[in-house]
Each structure stands twice: as C-alpha cells, then as structure tokens.
Design a protein around this ligand. Structure first.
Ligand code: COA
Length: 282
C-alpha cells in the first residue's frame, strides 16, 4: 500500500532502462500506480513487450515496451523519440539496466570486466545523454540504480564494484551540473531484494537464512520497498533531495558482524550480562 496520493504523477512520463523485470519493473509499476505513463527499455524484445502490456493492464496507465540496448546510443535515441512522440515529454528517468555474475578477478577476462562497465556505467551515461534535453525541459529527475557492495571490498564483484562506483560518481556530477536547470539526480542503492534476478544470480539458496540474520531489519527487501523509495525520490516531497544516495537495505551494509564472529542478532535481542558473553567467545 502506498503512502502517497494515487495521482501525484498525473501527466508525468517516465523512461526506464531495465524495466522489463525485477526492481525496475516494480519501480515502473509504482510510478504508473501514481498516475504516470512510461516507456520501459530492455534487450529481450518479447520480454519487454509482454512486461509493458502487463503493466498497462494492471495499472490502467499506458506503458510502451521498446527493445533496445543501453550500450548503443542510437537505440536509446530511437526509444526517446518514440516516447516523446507518444507522450509528449519525459519527466523521470530510471537508469537501471545492469549486468552481473559472480567471478573472482582470476576468472574475469578483460572483456567480461568491460562488458559490465559498458552495460552499467556507460549505459547510465548513454541514457543521461539521450534524455537530458527532455528532462531539462520538464525540470525532471533521474534515479540511477546502484548497489552497496563497492562500499567495501566485495569478493567476486570487482566488475560490478567498479561499475557502480562509477555510477555514483557520475550522478553526483549530474546533480551539480543540471541542478541549476531544475533537474535532480539521485541514486538508490538496494540491498538484497527477494524475487529478483540479482538475488537468484548472486546468493546461493542455502545461505539465504544465514544472510537474513545478518541484515539488521531481519528480512530481505521487497521490490515494493524499492518502488516506494522511487516514488518518494520523484515526488515533490523530495524536491530538495539532489545528489543523494538512498540506501534501501535494512542497514545490511553497516553490519560488519557475521553470526560466526558475534552471535548476531541473538546477542542484541537478549537481556543480560554482555561482558561474560563476549568473554566466553574469546
Ligand atoms: N563468469 C566469468 N565471465 C563471464 C561470466 C561468468 N559467469 N558470464 C559472462 N562472462 C564473460 C564472457 O565469457 C565474456 O567474456 P569473454 O569474451 O572474455 O569470454 C564476457 O563476460 C561477455 O559475455 P557475453 O555473454 O558475451 O555478454 P552479453 O552482453 O551477452 O551478456 C552479461 C552480459 C555477461 C552481463 C550477462 O550476464 C547478462 O546479459 N546479464 C543481464 C542480466 C543481469 O545480469 N541481471 C542481473 C542484474 S543484478
């Protein structure tokens, strides 16, 4: 259930890369549910068409599904033209197209590293370049989808860590260069979100219970959690939020403990003599 009025985005138009599934599909759904129309762009033609048809049917707003690759500026430009032709404007842009897989540096070819940077970082840049004219006209806003894994040295994620750090840096510059024109640019850094391709690709099923214990909020996030964050950041309630990273992860990345080093969360849920409990583990 939303805390926002259902028509706050009436007359607004969103352009979403990677909107065919997962987090960005959910964010698009949330924008449509609040009155916007949208275009979603993804690489798999049948998938993106089906996703757009479902979003249109479920929300009663209009969603265009366009096949394209954020690595190809021409395909982005064509999608922007089609969006403006259909809806007349672009207010909100979500840069969400991403690629990921687990690999140590030893198993990561130069091309593999470059591929993820091209999809995530170059893809975000290409999306900004293709949309900025319209977003400036609308005094609109950007959200880039990043991550928290590059805040530390996350094993098996050299490629994505570099790519997401680049996105964070890029969005800071967008906020500063285009803030004076009335444009806002923010980042959402999701933690593990259940039911997404990211979790399926990155987290083995048999460690889900263990990893949940290490999340201070004691659960994985939901797609709706990220949808709500997106609605907030695009809404007038966030009109002074610019150049920010909104981490939506139940405080996961702040928790450096694991249940092996400290009995987390048990120790913090129990009353009693903490000094002897700690001493007994040393
Ligand atoms: N481990 C190591 N290297 C891998 C790999 C893996 N699991 N998967 C792909 N690669 C390498 C490939 O071998 C190739 O390198 P090479 O040319 O040196 O052999 C390079 O990455 C590019 O792979 P390719 O399959 O040609 O690229 P693509 O553009 O078709 O696909 C990916 C891009 C690899 C990111 C693919 O995983 C993808 O399409 N992902 C999109 C969806 C996604 O990741 N969603 C999750 C978001 S969290």
């Amino acid at each position: 259930m939303s805390s926002f009025k259902p028509d706050i985005f009436a007359g607004k138009v969103a352009f979403v890369t990677g909107g065919g599934s997962g987090i960005c599909y959910g964010m698009t759904q949330a924008l449509l549910a609040h009155g916007a129309n949208a275009t979603i762009l993804g690489r798999r033609e049948a998938n993106i068409r089906d996703a757009a048809a479902k979003l249109t049917k479920d929300t009663g707003k209009e969603c265009l599904g366009i096949a394209g690759d954020v690595r190809k500026p021409e395909s982005l430009k064509a999608a922007i033209e089609a969006t403006v032709k259909r809806f007349g404007r672009i207010d909100f842009v979500i840069c969400g197209a991403a690629g990921n897989f687990l690999s140590p540096i030893s198993g990561l070819s130069e091309n593999a590293f470059k591929t993820v940077l091209e999809i995530d970082t170059m893809g975000t840049y290409n999306t900004i370049k293709a949309t900025i004219g319209e977003v400036k006209k609308a005094k609109g806003a950007y959200i880039a989808i990043s991550a928290t894994l590059h805040y530390r040295g996350s094993v098996l994620q050299a490629h994505v860590s570099a790519a997401k750090a680049g996105i964070d840096a890029l969005m800071n510059v967008v906020a500063v260069e285009y803030g004076p024109a009335g444009v806002r640019a923010n980042v959402i850094a999701p933690g593990p979100i259940e039911g997404t391709e990211g979790v399926a690709r990155l987290i083995p099923k048999d460690v889900i219970a263990e990893t949940t214990k290490a999340i201070p909020s004691q659960r994985y996030g939901t797609i709706e959690d990220i949808g709500n964050a997106g609605v907030f950041l695009f809404s007038p309630a966030a009109s002074y939020v610019n150049g920010a990273v909104l981490v939506v992860d139940g405080a996961q990345w702040h928790n450096s403990t694991t249940s092996k080093s400290v009995p987390y969360p048990d120790m913090f849920l129990e009353e009693g003599d903490t000094r002897s409990k700690i001493a007994s583990r040393l």
